[in-house]
Every structure is written in structure tokens, then in C-alpha cells.
Design a protein around this ligand. Structure first.
Ligand code: C5P
Length: 249
């Protein structure tokens, strides 16, 4: 089972958005053997397939750091029971929708407070698919996405969770309000020369910019998954991060 010790944590988490759990494992295993990468994000499209749970065990046995991105959102009691049910699985970070509200977040966190393992819950603030207009017209939330993100991130921190998932452009504003060890995890990472087909990451940032703004973890998917040489693409991002780390040493 999950140990109380954290595997070596690097900022890069590869989003295993592959067609199925077996393809996810093949890619993760290859990258762990051929690069120093140890961090992976498993999302619901892979986790809910047959073999999804086994994928987590295989990654964990290989020493991986695992973010389970299930974005839970329900009444507090149901989320409490769901997080309890997931405690049997090896993961280090688990996501919930901050829009579930303070009581839901507290109910989820209370499960972790009783365990003596290294785990953290992350609140997802506002999905990057929303704009000021959809928040207002479809969800009836007034104010900007930026305001909603700060409000939700503050609520997540007040509920005692370990951090939030936010877009690269929201890292600095959140960091102004919430200091480490509160974790900021961001997708939307692109190297200056990366080309992703039909890219829907409207507000992307380079790994260096995101880290300098205060991100703890960077979630990268298609720039590695779609590359004809995923090992090389992954190594390039790891190299760009170690150059940045040595500049700050
Ligand atoms: O865009 P990329 O493939 O690098 O995405 C990595 C992760 O970012 C995905 O697994 C998804 O969770 C998230 N994502 C997002 N907004 C998008 C597209 C993906 O937050 N528009």
C-alpha cells in the first residue's frame, strides 16, 4: 500500500490521456525507464475503463507519483464516502470541484485527516473551458473568472485542502493570496516551439513562466503524447525545468 514516504517529487506530471489503461501503462513505463520522469496524472476517461484501478497499482509499484484527476462533485456525505472508498488505491493527489462548496470540501478533507499517509486533495477552481460570459450566462455567476478563481481558491484553503488546480494565468494572483505549502497545479503548459493539433489551451504558458509565477506542479499532455518521439519531448521539458532550477540554486 501507499507508504508514508513521498516518492521523489518533480514538478512535471504527464497527463496519461491515452485511449485505455494499457496504453497509459506502456507509455508511462517507457518514460520512467528512458527519462527521469516519475509523475503522472490519471484522468477519469482512463480510470473508469476496465484496468483503471490496476493502472494505479502498476504505476505505484514502479515508484510513480500519482495525481488522480476525478474531479469529484456531489453532496458532502457522498463525497466523504467516495474519498473513503478511494483510500484503498495508491494516489498522492486527488481532485474535487471547488464549486461543490465548503462543506463538501471539508467532508472530503476529514477522510484524509484521519490517515497518516502522504496525500493531498486539490480543488479544481474554474474549468478552462469557461469564460466570463459562460460563467454569467450559463451558471449565473457574476464577476470575472479571475475573481471566481481567487474566491474559490481561498475557500479551498480555508477548508484545509492541500492546493488547487488553476490555469497558468491564475498562478500569480492566487500566490498573492495563498502561500506555500498550499500547492498550485497548472495545465496549459507549452514549450515556445510546441505544436499541438487543434490546441484548445487558450491561455498557455511555458514551464519556466509557470514555475516562476509559483506553480508547484505542471500538467502536460499533448505536447508529449502527440509527439512522434515522446521520450525526446518529455526530456526536453525536464531539461527546461532543470535549467530553470539551476538558475535559482
Ligand atoms: O493540453 P494538454 O494535453 O497538455 O492537457 C493536459 C491536461 O490539461 C488535460 O489532462 C486536462 O485535464 C487539462 N486541460 C485543460 N484545459 C484544456 C485542455 C486540457 O485544463 N482546454
Amino acid at each position: 500500500m501507499l507508504s508514508a514516504h513521498l516518492p521523489p517529487i518533480q514538478p512535471l506530471l504527464l497527463a496519461l490521456d491515452t485511449p485505455n489503461p494499457e496504453a497509459a501503462w506502456q507509455l508511462a513505463n517507457r518514460l520512467m525507464q528512458e527519462t527521469p520522469l516519475k509523475g503522472f496524472k490519471v484522468g477519469m476517461s482512463v480510470f473508469y475503463q476496465p484496468g483503471g484501478r490496476q493502472l494505479l497499482h502498476r504505476l505505484h509499484e514502479a515508484g510513480a507519483f500519482i495525481m488522480l484527476d476525478l474531479k469529484l462533485h456531489d453532496i458532502p456525505e457522498t463525497v466523504h464516502r467516495s474519498v473513503s472508498a478511494l483510500m484503498d488505491l495508491p494516489w498522492h493527489l486527488l481532485t474535487l470541484h471547488a464549486l461543490g462548496g465548503f462543506d463538501m470540501l471539508m467532508a472530503a478533507q476529514s477522510v484524509l485527516n484521519k490517515a497518516h499517509l502522504y496525500r493531498a486533495l486539490l480543488g479544481v477552481t474554474v474549468l478552462t473551458s469557461h469564460s466570463d460570459k459562460t460563467l454569467h450566462n450559463e451558471l449565473g455567476i457574476n464577476g470575472s473568472v479571475a475573481d471566481a478563481v481567487i474566491r474559490l481558491a481561498t475557500m479551498v484553503a480555508n477548508a484545509g485542502l492541500g492546493g488547487v488546480v488553476c490555469s497558468p494565468h491564475e498562478i500569480a494572483p492566487i500566490r498573492n493570496h495563498l502561500s506555500p505549502p498550499f500547492k498550485l497545479v497548472t495545465p496549459g503548459i507549452r514549450l515556445a516551439d510546441s505544436h499541438v493539433q487543434g490546441d484548445d489551451q487558450l491561455r498557455a504558458a511555458t514551464p519556466q513562466t509557470a514555475r516562476e509565477a509559483g506553480a508547484d506542479f505542471l500538467v502536460v499532455g499533448r505536447p508529449i503524447l502527440q509527439d512522434s518521439d515522446p521520450v525526446r519531448a518529455c526530456q526536453k521539458i525536464l531539461d527546461s525545468l532543470s535549467t530553470e532550477a539551476s538558475k535559482h540554486a
